[in-house]
Design a protein around this ligand. Structure first.
Ligand SMILES: Cc1ncc(COP(=O)(O)O)c(C=O)c1O
Length: 366
């Protein structure tokens, strides 16, 4: 048996929706883009959603729309995909890193305060693997220190925190529709969610080359070509309809993994749902001191694995070179990144596939 790490869905209905958009709409910023935005904002419970070309673009524009600029410091966890901070380094934002909590791998609010300085303008909590960060505590630190809070919800479509959806818990939320995410758009894409009219307006103009509203060739802000294509948006509309069911299926698969992997070897299982957080298991991530050996075993058995994230952002070669970060800066992050290994997780994973993965893991531990 072969079990992939992820399995993006593309149905005939989605292909047909894309074909319709290609036949009948403007190819970028067509009707489907605006319908997708409306539906996504409704899902998150926010006033606005602005579709863009990627999750990285969403993070960049939402920071810039809040006035974050060159020389400003932005604090984020280093246990994340590199795009969390790649989003602002190119425009001169300076990364500062704060520790994550070992219990759920999200920003540790107790450590956040110490990571701030007088140049810090924003904080980016990452809802890693689909588990929402401790937003009340983070928002509290942010309020006291005048910081903008941009949620990196790129792995958390539909996740819930205290009754509210990810993307509606800070000043703006950022989503990625990269094909392996819980929902995608048949290629790259992203979304910004916000309740702030001015931020929404700035983001929608910046994605469209900084055009003045209602004008074609008059530009009053610096902008980018970060639009979403209409065919991708049409696929996104169909994917979004499936998201609640797909997230339920991911949670059900996670419950089976939790049950079957409890007490196996030295495995540390992922955080489970709490009274505050309903996660969406973008990834099902274990920790073990033997992750390279386990990976080699699972590779040999046809089981897909991911090392998300093998190298924390501050220790990525380019970040070490540009900013001089050194090992030892973030002991908890570094330890977790040395041990994490993701096993197959997708909505349609079958009980036979889950059993096979678990059997292979158990075989490894003898
Ligand atoms: C945590 C996180 N942040 C940011 C991104 C960037 O999204 P994209 O690849 O769409 O630019 C991703 C996804 O790849 C991600 O997982």
């Amino acid at each position: 048996m072969k079990v992939p790490i992820a399995q993006p869905v593309m149905t005939e209905k989605m292909i047909e929706a894309a074909a319709n958009a290609l036949r009948n709409e403007r190819l970028t910023l067509g009707e489907s883009v605006f319908k997708f935005e409306e539906a996504f904002a409704r899902m998150c419970g926010t006033k606005h959603a602005i579709a863009v070309s990627s999750g990285t673009a969403a993070l960049q524009l939402s920071l810039q729309a809040h006035g974050v600029k060159a020389g400003d410091r932005i604090v984020a966890p280093a246990m994340s995909f590199v795009a969390t901070t790649n989003a602002f380094v190119p425009f001169g934002g300076v990364p500062g890193f704060a520790e994550v909590s070992e219990k759920d791998y999200t920003l540790d609010p107790a450590k956040l305060k110490a990571a701030l300085d007088n140049k810090t303008k924003a904080v980016i909590p990452v809802h890693l693997y689909g588990h929402v960060a401790m937003m009340d505590e983070i928002n509290d630190v942010a309020r006291k220190n005048n910081l903008v809070v941009i949620e990196d919800a790129c792995q958390a479509h539909g996740a819930v925190y205290k009754g509210k959806k990810a993307g509606n818990l800070g000043n703006a939320g950022c989503f990625s529709f990269y094909p392996t995410k819980n929902m995608h758009v048949g290629g790259d894409g992203g979304m910004i969610t916000t309740n702030d009219d001015k931020v929404a307006d700035a983001c929608s103009r910046m994605r469209h080359c900084g055009r003045k509203k209602g004008s074609n060739y008059e530009h009053d802000i610096i902008g980018y070509t970060y639009r979403l294509n209409s065919a991708n948006a049409a696929i996104g509309i169909e994917q979004l309809k499936m998201l609640p069911e797909w997230n339920d299926k991911r949670r059900a698969a996670a419950r089976i993994y939790d049950e079957m992997l409890k007490g196996v070897g030295d495995l540390v299982l992922p955080p489970t749902p709490t009274s505050d957080v309903t996660p969406v298991y973008h990834l099902y991530t274990l920790r073990t001191k033997k992750r390279y050996e386990l990976k080699a075993h699972l590779d040999s058995k046809g089981v897909g694995v991911g090392l998300n994230y093998e190298i924390p952002i501050h220790l990525q070669p380019v970040y070490k070179e540009m900013f001089g970060f050194k090992e030892g800066l973030l002991p908890v992050t570094e330890k977790c990144c040395r041990e994490v290994i993701a096993i197959p997780m997708f909505a349609d994973i079958s009980s036979e596939q889950i059993k096979y993965v678990v059997d292979c893991v158990k075989e490894f531990y003898g």
